[in-house]
Ligand binder design. Structure first.
Ligand code: PLP
Length: 398
C-alpha cells in the first residue's frame, strides 16, 4: 500500500474545476447540460493578443526566458500598477508566473513555516486553504454572509490574529460572492493590519470586472503603509479572456519575490514564452475589450439576480464585481423530491445535475454550505434556459 505524504491529507481536487469537468463530460456524451460552473469568460481572447503570440512564434521566441518572466513583461506590469493603482514598483519586485494561482502558491511556499496561520475571509476562493495546507500552514477562516455584504469587519480581523498568524489574504472583488470592498472598508481593515507585522496578500484578479461605475481599489493603494509587506496578485486570465494562456503575476517586497523566483527556477522554470508575449500585448494594447465584456456581464448579472430572487426559497445579493452570483438556498433546506432530500448545497447541486441537468457549484468548497455559485460567464440564452430549469426543479420540492 503506497503511503502518500502527510501534507496530502487535506488536499482535494478543486471543486469548481471538477464541476466544470463533469458538465463537459456529460455534454460529450450528448446530454443537454447547462453549465453554470465556468470560472472563465466565455469570450474569445482578443485578436491583437492572439496575433502577438503568432508573431512570437514566427520570430522564434520559443526558448527559455528568465524563470521569473521577461524583463519587458515585468516592465509592463510596473507600468500597469502605476497607471491603474498609482503604485511604484521596480521590475525586481515583480514575478511572472503560470497564472495568478501559481503566484499565490509560490507566496505560501515562500513565507510559511509549519503551523503558521493564514487568515482567510469566507466565502473564499476554493484554492486558498489547500494552498496554505500544502505549505504546512493552517487556514484560519473568518465568516461573512449577506448581512455584511459578504465582507468581514475590522473587529473580526483583529480577533482572528494570534501570535502564530503570518498572513492575511483579501480577494476583492471576490470569487465566489462578487463582493468588492470600497476605500473606507479597506482603510478600516488596513488600520488593524498596520498595527501588526502580517504579510498582506491582495488577490486582485477580478479588479477590472466591476459594475455600476464602481472601482475595486487595491488595499495597497488605499494604505501605502502596507506596501513593504504586501503582495499584489493579478493576471491576464479574467480581464482579457486568457485563462488557458496561464500568465499571472505578483508584485511585492524584493526578498519575497526573489524567493518565489527561486522556487519557480527549481520547479516550473519560466511561464510559456509565447504566452508572455501575448500577455505583454494584453497589458500594453487597446483596453476596449474589457468594457465590451463587462457591459455584457452586467446585463446577464442583473437578469440572473432578478430571476433567482423570484424563485421561492432562494435569495441572491447583487454582486459588485467578478462574474458569479452566490444565492442562498437556506430556504430550501429540509425540502425533498422523491429520494432527494435537500440537506445542504451539496445535495441541492446533485439534485439539479441529476434531475434537470444543470451544473452549479456547491458553496461548501467556498466555506459556505448554504449557498451555490452560478457563473454568468455563459450566454444569455443558456442563462435563461438554466434558470427555467432551476425554477422548475425548485417548484418540484415539497
Ligand atoms: N484568484 C481567484 C480569486 C480566482 O477566482 C482565480 C481563478 O479562478 C485565480 C486567482 C487564478 O487565476 P489564474 O487563471 O490567473 O491562475
Amino acid at each position: 500500500m503506497i503511503k502518500l505524504a502527510q501534507r496530502m491529507e487535506h488536499i482535494k481536487p478543486s471543486p469548481t474545476l471538477a464541476v466544470d469537468a463533469k458538465a463537459k463530460a456529460l455534454k460529450a456524451q450528448g446530454v443537454d447540460v447547462i453549465g453554470f460552473g465556468a470560472g472563465e469568460p466565455d469570450f474569445d481572447t482578443p485578436e491583437h493578443i492572439k496575433q502577438a503570440a503568432v508573431q512570437a512564434l514566427k520570430d522564434g521566441f520559443t526558448k527559455y526566458t528568465p524563470a521569473g518572466g521577461t524583463e519587458e513583461l515585468k516592465a509592463a506590469v510596473c507600468a500597469k500598477l502605476k497607471k491603474d493603482n498609482n503604485l511604484e514598483y521596480s521590475t525586481s519586485e515583480i514575478l511572472i508566473s503560470c497564472g495568478a494561482k501559481h503566484s499565490l502558491y509560490n507566496i505560501f511556499q515562500a513565507i510559511l513555516n509549519a503551523g503558521n496561520e493564514v487568515i482567510i475571509p469566507a466565502p473564499y476562493w476554493v484554492s486558498y486553504p489547500d494552498m496554505v495546507y500544502l505549505a504546512g500552514g493552517v487556514p484560519v477562516i473568518i465568516p461573512a454572509d449577506e448581512r455584511s455584504g459578504f465582507k468581514i469587519r475590522p473587529e473580526q480581523l483583529a480577533a482572528a490574529i494570534t501570535p502564530r498568524t503570518k498572513a492575511f489574504i483579501l480577494n476583492s472583488p471576490s470569487n465566489p460572492t462578487g463582493a468588492a470592498y470600497n476605500r473606507e472598508e479597506l482603510s478600516a481593515l488596513a488600520a488593524v493590519l498596520e498595527k501588526t507585522q502580517l504579510i498582506v496578500i491582495s488577490d486582485e484578479i477580478y479588479e477590472k470586472i466591476v459594475y455600476d461605475g464602481n472601482a475595486a481599489p487595491s488595499i495597497v493603494t488605499v494604505a501605502p503603509a502596507l506596501r513593504d509587506r504586501a503582495l499584489i496578485v493579478n493576471g491576464v486570465s479574467k480581464t482579457y479572456a486568457m485563462t488557458g494562456w496561464r500568465i499571472g503575476y505578483a508584485a511585492g517586497p524584493q526578498s519575497i519575490i526573489t524567493a518565489m523566483t527561486n522556487i519557480q527556477s527549481q520547479s516550473t522554470s519560466n511561464p510559456t514564452s509565447i504566452a508572455q508575449k501575448a500577455a505583454l500585448a494584453a497589458l500594453t494594447g487597446p483596453q476596449d475589450c474589457i468594457a465590451f465584456m463587462t457591459t455584457e456581464f452586467d446585463r446577464r448579472r442583473r437578469f440572473m439576480v432578478e430571476r433567482l430572487n423570484k424563485i421561492p426559497g432562494m435569495s441572491c445579493a447583487m454582486p459588485a464585481g467578478a462574474f458569479y452570483t452566490f444565492p442562498s438556498i437556506a430556504g430550501l433546506v429540509g425540502k425533498a423530491a422523491g429520494a432527494y432530500v435537500i440537506t445542504d448545497a451539496d445535495a441541492f447541486a446533485s439534485y439539479l445535475l441529476d434531475t434537470v441537468n444543470v451544473a452549479v457549484v456547491s458553496g461548501s468548497g467556498f466555506g459556505s454550505p448554504a449557498h451555490i455559485r452560478l457563473s454568468y460567464a455563459t450566454s444569455f440564452e443558456v442563462i435563461e434556459k438554466g434558470l427555467d430549469r432551476i425554477e422548475q426543479a425548485v417548484r418540484t420540492l415539497v
